[in-house]
Design a protein around this ligand. Structure first.
Ligand code: GLN
Ligand code: ZN
Length: 790
C-alpha cells in the first residue's frame, strides 16, 4: 500500500515551493493542564468533595484541552501534543493505560475509570467506625515522588514479578479523536517504556523490573498501532531517563526495545524526547535508535548539539529544545538562533525542529493575566503561552518569513536585563565575592561549642522542642485572607497574631517544652514569607505550577541580586522571647530551600544566587542573636532535592550548597545554638554533607521509618546533636507515650544520649490543636521517662 502524503510533507513541500524552506517546523512537548485560572484544580477538588459530578469534571477537562489546543495553534505551533492532559498525573495515566493497577485496589480488568485513578493516587479512606482517628487509609495510595529534578511529583508505578499488562484505557485515543474533531492532528505523547519501567518500583526485594520489558512492549506496540490507525502521523515517546546515569543492563535494553516498537507500528513516525539534562555517554545510543526524530534539551545540553547532529543518521530529525520549559525567563533569541543555525548548517533546515526544552507543564500558563507586575520585570518574562510564541518566532527568524523587529525587541529586553540597576547591585556582588573561608566557619569546633551551649541554655538531657509552626487553623487563615483583602486593618491583624503567639507560648510553657517557638502564625509559606521581604524577589498573581494532583504552587521569582534591606523575623522572635524565660527559637528558611522553591535567575550560576541568599539569612541570624535569641533554626528541607541528576555532579553542588548554609549560620557566637531541620529524606549518601553543615542540632523526620533513617547518622558517627522525630505529624493519630519512648530508646541505643533531642517529625501547621496538645503531652512525658532512666 502506498500511504498518502502526510500533512507535514505537504507543508514542507509548500515551503520549498514558496522559497522559504529555511523556516523550521515547530512543535510542543506538553502544555500545562491546570488552566490559566486553575480551573482543573477547582473542578477536581469539587468532584472529590461530591460537589461536582463526574460528567461536569469531564466537561471541564474537555474545555481545557480544547482551549489549550487552540491557543497552541494560534501561537503558530505546527505539531501540537495530545495526551499531555491529565486529571492527576501522566505516569498514573500510563499505569492505567497499561493496566498496571496494584492488586490491593481489587481491579478485575476492563477500563480503568476515573474513580479508580483517583483511588490509586489518593488511597481509599478508612471505613473505621466514627471517632476512630487512626488516620490510616484502608487502602494505601501508591507512592508519589519527584519527577527528576523538578518540583512536579508523579505516582510511582508498582511492579511485581507477576505484573501483567493489558490495554486498559482509551485516553490517548479519545483525546486524539477530540483534537481531530477540531481539525488538529496532534502528536500523542506517551511516557516511553524504559522511563516508565525505570521510574517504577519493584515491590519485592531483589526483583529486577527490567524483566517486565518483554511483557510491556507488545502493549506499547498496540497503542502505537491504534494511534496510527486513527491517523496519527507522529507519536512522542518521552525518555528523559536518558539524562541519568544508567547501568549497562538498562542501556543495552534500549535498542532492542525500540526495534521492536518500530516493527510493531510501521508507518507511524516516532519522536524520542529526552530532556532535563545532557545525554553525555548516551549520545550514540540515542542517535542510533530506529526513530524518526530525536529531541534534545538545548537549554541544558546545548553544547552537545554538534556532537548529536554529527551522529544523527539521515534522514533523522533533530528537535532542538531552545526555549526553557522549566523557567519563566524570556528567551534570548540571539543565543537560540546561533544554536539553530548550527543545527541547520549541520543537518539542513528540513531536519531541524524548534521546541521548548521540555513539557511546559513546569511553567505557568500565561503572562497576560499578570496585570500588577512591574512592567519592566514583565518585559523579561515568558510563561507557557509566550514561550510557544517564541518557538514560532524563532522558527522563522533569519528567513524571509522572519520578523526582524521581533529579534530587535527581544534583544532590547535581554539587554535591559543585562544592565538593569534593579537586578545588578554592585555592593551585593562585591560582598558575595569577598566571602572568606572564616565567614563560613563557626568560631570553635562543635566539641567546644557544645558544653558552652548546654551551660548557657541549661539544657537537660533529652530536651524537647517543636519544629516551628503550630496549627494554622481556619481562624488564622481567614484573618490573613481578610487582611490581604483590606477587610482587616494592619493594626488589628497584628493584634490578632500577637494574641495567637501569646497563647501558643503560654501553652508551650504549661506543657513543659524546653525550647519554645513562636508558632509562625504570621507566615503564609516558608519561602514566600522571606521572599516578600528580600530585595531581588518578585511575586506573580497567577504564576501557578502543578506540584502534584490538584496541588499547585506559585514560586517566587528571584530576578536580581538578593539583599536583606531590613530585619524580617526579629520583631516576632523578640516579642515571643519577652513572654518567657525559656529559650525562644528563632525560625528561618535556609538559602538552598529558598532557591529550590523559587524560579531562579538564569543569568548567573545557581551557586552565586545561593550565596547571596546565604548572606541575607546571615544578616538575619546576627540580628536575632543581637536581639537576645539564643537558639536559631535554619530550615533546609530542600537540600537533597537540589541534587543534580548525575551522581558525578553531586560533589560540586553539595560543596556550594553546604557553603551557602554555613555562611548563613556561622556568624554567631559559640553559645548560640544553630538548629536545622529536614523533612523525610534519604541521608545515607549525603551524610558527610549534612555533617559539613555543622549545625549544632538537626531535627529530621524518622518516626514512620521506625528510626531506620538514623542508621546513616550512626554509621557515620555523626558528631553533632540530632532530634529524630517521634511523632508522625502527617496523621491526626496521637502516638502514645510508650510508642515514643520505644522510638527514643531505639535512638538512644545508636547515638550518644547527650546528643539527643525530642521533637515531632515536622511543623504542626496542618494539625488541629486537640491532637497537638495530646501528642505533645505524651511526647514530653516520654522525654521525662527517658531522663529518669538515663
Ligand atoms: N519551620 C517549618 C514549620 O514548622 C518547617 C517546615 C518544613 O520543614 N517543611 O512549619
Ligand atoms: Zn519538615
Amino acid at each position: 500500500i502506498t500511504l498518502k502524503t502526510s500533512r507535514f510533507e505537504n507543508e514542507a513541500n509548500r515551503r520549498k515551493l514558496a522559497g522559504m524552506n529555511e523556516v523550521l517546523l515547530t512543535h510542543n512537548l506538553g502544555f500545562p493542564r491546570i488552566g490559566a485560572q486553575r480551573e482543573l484544580k477547582r473542578a477536581t477538588e469539587a468532584y472529590w468533595k461530591g460537589q461536582l459530578s463526574e460528567e461536569e469534571l469531564f466537561k471541564t477537562g474537555a474545555e481545557l484541552r480544547r482551549a489549550h489546543w487552540l491557543s497552541q495553534k494560534a501561537a503558530g505551533i505546527d505539531l501540537i501534543p495530545s495526551n499531555d492532559f491529565s486529571f492527576y498525573d501522566q505516569m498514573l495515566d500510563m499505569s492505567c493505560l497499561l493496566g498496571n493497577v496494584p492488586s490491593r485496589f481489587g481491579w478485575e480488568g476492563g477500563n480503568v475509570d476515573l474513580a479508580l485513578r483517583f483511588q490509586i493516587a489518593r488511597g481509599v479512606a478508612s471505613t473505621h467506625e466514627a471517632g476512630c482517628a487512626c488516620g490510616h487509609q484502608a487502602t494505601t495510595a501508591s507512592e508519589m515522588t519527584k519527577w527528576f529534578d523538578t518540583n512536579y511529583h508523579y505516582i510511582v508505578p508498582e511492579f511485581r514479578p507477576d505484573t501483567a499488562f493489558q490495554l486498559s484505557s482509551t485516553k490517548p485515543f479519545d483525546e486524539f479523536a477530540e483534537a481531530r474533531a477540531l481539525g488538529i492532528t496532534t502528536k500523542p505523547v506517551l511516557v516511553g517504556p524504559l522511563t516508565y519501567l525505570f521510574l517504577g518500583k519493584g515491590q519485592e526485594e531483589g526483583f529486577d523490573r527490567l524483566a517486565l520489558l518483554e511483557r510491556l512492549l507488545p502493549i506499547y506496540g498496540e497503542i502505537l498501532r491504534r494511534l496510527r490507525e486513527q491517523g496519527a502521523e507522529w507519536i512522542q515517546l518521552d525518555e528523559p531517563f536518558l539524562a541519568l546515569d544508567l547501568s549497562a543492563e538498562w542501556q543495552a535494553a534500549f535498542l532492542p526495545a525500540y526495534r521492536q516498537l518500530r516493527q510493531a507500528a510501521p508507518g507511524v513516525k516516532l519522536l524520542l524526547a529526552t530532556y532535563f539534562g545532557e545525554l553525555r555517554e548516551h549520545i550514540g545510543l540515542a542517535a542510533g535508535l530506529p526513530v524518526d526524530a530525536l529531541h534534545i534539551d538545548a537549554t541544558r545540553a546545548g553544547h552537545e548539539l554538534d556532537q548529536v547532529a554529527a551522529q544523527l543518521p539521515s534522514p533523522m530529525i533533530l528537535s532542538v529544545g531552545v526555549v526553557d520549559g522549566r523557567n519563566i525567563w524570556k528567551n534570548d533569541f540571539d543565543q537560540s538562533q546561533r544554536l539553530l543555525d548550527r543545527a541547520r548548517a549541520g543537518l539542513g533546515a528540513s531536519r531541524v525542529w524548534v521546541a521548548p526544552s521540555c513539557s511546559l507543564l513546569h511553567s505557568p500558563v500565561s503572562l497576560r493575566r499578570e496585570t500588577s507586575l512591574d512592567l519592566e520585570l514583565k518585559s523579561w518574562l515568558s510563561f507557557a503561552e509566550e514561550k510557544l510564541a517564541e518557538v514560532a518566532t524563532l522558527a522563522r527568524l533569519g528567513t524571509r518569513e522572519g520578523n526582524p523587529m521581533a529579534l530587535h525587541h527581544n534583544q532590547l529586553a535581554v539587554q535591559s536585563r543585562r544592565i538593569s540597576r534593579r537586578i545588578h547591585r554592585p555592593e551585593v556582588k562585591a560582598r558575595a565575592a569577598a566571602v572568606t573561608a572564616a565567614e563560613s566557619r563557626r568560631q570553635s569546633p562543635f566539641a567546644e561549642r557544645q558544653p558552652k551551649q548546654h551551660a548557657a541554655l541549661q539544657q537537660p538531657l533529652f530536651p524537647t522542642t517543636t519544629i516551628g509552626s503550630f496549627p494554622q487553623t481556619t481562624e488564622v487563615r481567614n484573618a490573613r485572607a481578610r487582611w490581604k483583602k483590606g477587610e482587616l486593618s494592619e493594626v488589628d491583624y497584628t493584634a490578632f497574631l500577637r494574641q495567637k503567639t501569646v497563647e501558643c507560648v503560654r501553652f508551650q510553657e504549661a506543657a513543659g517544652l524546653d525550647v519554645l517557638v513562636h508558632g509562625e502564625f504570621e507566615r503564609n509559606d516558608m519561602v514566600e514569607y522571606f521572599g516578600e521581604q528580600l530585595d531581588g524577589f518578585a511575586f506573580t498573581t497567577h504564576g501557578w505550577v502543578q506540584s502534584y494532583g490538584s496541588r499547585c504552587v506559585k514560586p517566587p521569582i528571584i530576578f536580581g541580586d538578593v539583599h536583606r534591606a531590613h530585619p524580617m523575623t526579629v520583631e516576632w522572635s523578640r516579642f515571643a522571647q519577652m513572654l518567657t524565660a525559656r529559650p525562644m527559637k528563632g525560625m528561618l528558611t535556609g538559602p538552598i530551600t529558598i532557591l529550590q522553591w523559587s524560579f531562579v535567575r538564569d543569568d548567573q550560576p545557581r551557586s552565586a544566587t545561593a550565596r547571596q541568599i546565604g548572606l541575607a539569612v546571615r544578616d538575619e541570624v546576627l540580628d536575632l542573636e543581637a536581639a537576645g535569641i539564643r537558639v536559631i533554626q535554619i530550615d533546609e528541607p530542600a537540600l537533597r532535592e537540589g541534587l543534580p541528576l548525575r551522581r558525578g555532579d553531586w560533589r560540586e553542588y553539595l560543596a556550594w550548597a553546604t557553603e551557602a548554609f554555613r555562611i548563613s549560620a556561622a556568624g554567631v557566637r559559640d553559645e548560640t545554638q544553630i538548629h536545622t531541620h529536614m523533612c523525610y529524606c534519604e541521608f545515607n549518601d549525603i551524610i558527610a554533607s549534612i555533617a559539613a553543615l555543622d549545625a549544632d542540632v538537626i531535627s529530621i523526620e524518622t518516626s514512620r521509618s521506625n528510626m531506620e533513617l538514623l542508621e546513616a547518622f550512626t554509621h557515620f558517627r555523626y558528631p553533632n546533636e540530632v532530634g529524630p522525630g517521634v511523632w508522625d505529624i502527617h496523621s491526626p493519630r496521637v502516638p502514645s507515650v510508650e510508642e515514643m519512648t520505644a522510638l527514643l530508646e531505639k535512638a538512644a541505643a545508636v547515638l550518644p544520649v547527650r546528643n539527643l533531642w525530642v521533637n515531632p517529625d515536622c511543623g504542626l501547621k496542618t494539625r488541629g490543636w486537640e491532637e497537638t496538645k495530646a501528642a505533645l503531652k505524651n511526647m514530653i512525658e516520654a522525654a521525662r521517662q527517658l531522663r529518669t532512666r538515663a
